[in-house]
Write a protein that binds this ligand. Structure first.
Ligand code: DX5
Ligand code: ZN
Length: 212
């Protein structure tokens, strides 16, 4: 299992130290939550701060867009060379086009599904995707409770992925901790995001190890 701590729960007063600490603690990706105050009722960080995160990070960035104008934000963050950019399928009229655009910039592309969005909605996109991110909370805030139906959803998605693009990864984001990690492993999830669980622990390395 790959682990991508979300810096949303980090202490922003010492952000570069917090980013270095998760990288030294053995994380696989640094998860960056970009919120625009429109798609979700919260506002986070833009390219100036994410650039500082990229400089401090020794692991690749995984940028999760929770925004209305996806194309604008892809252009804004592409110069920072993240490994992944994921965008919400609920907010994009032309997902196929945007996936091709992200890939043409040398970045791996993923789509994000809110808790109510079924895997069948992306059946004809899977062959073009590097990753599908399943939300296990409603997007907008760290520290929320895990929605258990995501486990069944991950199993359904895995079946679709096995049929059309076995290389496509499944990522789960929201409320992940040492209690629900096993159910996600069994369901075939490849990457977990964990914000409050990692940054709320005394020892980041131990928290990351307990999920991997
Ligand atoms: C929620 C974000 C998550 C969140 C995870 O909108 O996408 O990445 O920060 O935080 P926890 O692990 O605390 O739910
Ligand atoms: Zn996220």
């Amino acid at each position: 299992m790959q682990v991508a701590p979300s810096i949303l729960s980090a202490d922003f007063g010492k952000l570069s130290e917090e980013v270095k600490a998760i990288c030294d603690g053995g994380c696989d990706l640094v998860h960056v939550d970009v919120m625009d105050g429109h798609f979700v009722p919260n506002l986070t960080i833009g390219p100036v701060v994410v650039n500082a995160v990229a400089k401090a990070a020794t692991k690749p960035l995984d940028i999760h867009l929770m925004v209305e104008n996806n194309t604008f934000f892809v252009d804004l963050f592409a110069p920072l060379k993240p490994k992944y950019i994921t965008f919400h399928i609920e907010e994009e009229k032309h997902p196929h086009r945007l996936i091709q655009k992200i890939k043409s910039l040398g970045i791996k592309a993923g789509v994000v599904l809110n808790p109510h969005t079924p895997p069948s909605s992306i059946k004809y996109l899977i062959e073009d995707l590097d990753m599908v991110l399943l939300m296990s909370v409603n997007p907008g805030f760290g520290g929320q409770k895990f929605i258990p139906s995501v486990v069944q959803k991950a199993k359904e998605l895995k079946e679709l992925i096995n049929k059309s693009n076995p290389k496509c990864l499944i990522e789960v984001d929201g409320g992940v901790n040492d209690k629900n990690i096993n159910s996600l492993k069994v369901a075939g999830v490849d990457v977990v995001v964990a914000g409050s669980y990692v940054y709320g622990s005394e020892d980041y390395q131990k928290a990351i190890e307990s999920l991997s």
